[in-house]
Every structure is written in structure tokens, then in C-alpha cells.
Design a binder for this molecule. Structure first.
Ligand SMILES: [Zn+2]
Ligand SMILES: [Zn+2]
Ligand SMILES: [Zn+2]
Length: 113
């Protein structure tokens, strides 16, 4: 019986097929998968590290980011679209924290004047 093998897309080594980790159209060995890929926190798809559209505490594939996330203009945090706030004055998108901070700053300034 011929043993099924695959060629790892990262290191080019051949491994037994049952050890393959799928990442998009690529098959990776478990070592490279650990080293170079991450799983989307939303849909669980495995993506290459450089395709991570999330921020420091989440991993997102391009599709999930496009569909349901936006980036805060101020701090760069990636937040769910429904949790983001649109500042109507200039149509900039902020996370709730930054929007809050922004409005607090403004009310503070109004207080002292
Ligand atoms: Zn490999
Ligand atoms: Zn995803
Ligand atoms: Zn923010």
C-alpha cells in the first residue's frame, strides 16, 4: 500500500497525509502550522499570520473582518461594527472607549470655560 503524503507549503518537507493542517489552499505540517498560521476567532478558518486582520487580542480572516468588523480611527482597535460608534461630524469610526473619551474631553473643556 502506498502511503499518502503531502508536501508542506512552508518548509517543503513531505509528511504523512494525516498530519496535514489545511490553511486556505495550502497544506502545512503541524510544525509550520503552529509557527506561521493562526485561526480566525470568528469562523475558525486557518490563515497565514500576515493575513490576520484582527488586532493584538483577536485574529480575524479578511472575510470576517470585511463582514462584521471595523477599525477605530483613534486607537486602531478592531471592534464589531455594532459596537463601533460613528462620529457624525466627520464620519469617523471609533470604538466605544475612544468615543467616550472624546466626548468626556469635550464636556470637560466645556465645564472649565
Ligand atoms: Zn512544514
Ligand atoms: Zn473568519
Ligand atoms: Zn479606539
Amino acid at each position: 500500500m502506498i502511503k499518502k503524503t503531502f508536501k508542506c507549503a512552508e518548509c517543503g518537507e513531505r509528511f504523512a497525509h494525516n498530519g496535514a493542517v489545511r490553511c486556505g489552499n495550502d497544506l502545512l505540517c503541524s510544525i509550520c502550522a503552529k509557527e506561521f498560521t493562526v485561526c480566525c476567532g470568528e469562523c475558525g478558518v486557518r490563515i497565514h499570520e500576515e493575513e490576520d486582520y484582527g488586532d493584538f487580542d483577536k485574529t480575524l480572516c479578511e472575510k470576517c473582518y470585511d463582514e462584521s468588523y471595523v477599525s477605530c480611527r483613534r486607537c486602531g482597535a478592531v471592534v464589531k461594527s455594532q459596537d463601533a460608534v460613528l462620529r457624525e461630524a466627520d464620519e469617523q469610526i471609533f470604538c466605544k472607549d475612544c468615543f467616550q473619551m472624546d466626548s468626556e474631553k469635550w464636556s470637560f473643556q466645556t465645564d472649565i470655560s
